[in-house]
Design a protein. Structure first.
Length: 215
């Protein structure tokens, strides 16, 4: 038994749930998992039993309730400092927080036009000049950070910054976005993580379908 529960939305569609789950899993946080499918008749009431915001994901740890994926990531980083979820050096840590926050609050055109859908293959769909601009900025972040770190991940080892961009890698594959060699390499690194592969497998096995996200 554990005193922690991570409540998630559909694994096929919920990029925010994926981010929190990756960080909790990487840190070795032991938690029970609850998945609440979106857009069903009892969805809102089911979510409100766990989350005061009415949104997912939410982490329940003892008497603590943490909602919003980035807040969950920060909480887990504090609970498990040895997991190295932020870079050890202050300048790199500030940089990692900045790019994670930019992903958390930005790139709305990409989100609207290319929602996460792990099961599907929709090459070319959703591309607009604004989406391409978002992708250009994202891949520039990837290129700059990996060049500075000299490693596979953005800041050497896996951090919260990588978790924030993992759903983007999934989107770029789903929508068949052409990438340069550096961006393609990083997307592959994320998608080949054992924990990412486990999430993808479970997403593909889910029975729920949301027609609005299937185009």
């Amino acid at each position: 038994m554990t005193d922690s529960t991570l409540v998630l939305a559909n694994k096929n569609y919920s990029s925010w749930s994926l981010r929190a789950w990756l960080v909790c899993t990487h840190a070795g946080f032991k938690f029970e998992e609850v998945v609440i499918p979106l857009r069903e008749s009892g969805t809102h009431e089911a979510i409100l039993r766990y989350s005061p915001s009415g949104k997912l994901p939410v982490l329940l740890h003892g008497g603590v309730t943490v909602w919003d994926s980035l807040a969950i990531c920060e909480y887990v980083a504090e609970q498990f400092p040895a997991a190295g979820l932020w870079p050890a050096e202050a300048p790199a840590r500030a940089h990692a927080r900045a790019v994670a926050a930019e992903m958390h609050s930005g790139f709305l055109d990409l989100r609207r036009n290319m929602p996460m859908n792990i099961r599907s293959s929709l090459p070319g769909l959703g591309m607009t000049p604004e989406v391409q601009s978002d992708i250009n900025r994202i891949t520039a972040i990837w290129r700059e950070c990996r060049k500075s770190s000299g490693g596979d991940f953005l800041f050497g080892d896996f951090t919260i910054a990588d978790a924030m961009f993992a759903p983007v890698a999934s989107r770029l594959i789903t929508y068949g976005v052409e990438l340069d060699e550096d961006a393609h390499s990083y997307a592959d690194v994320l998608m080949e993580l054992p924990m990412m592969r486990a999430w993808v497998a479970e997403a593909k096995d889910e029975p729920w379908i949301i027609p609005d996200f299937e185009f």
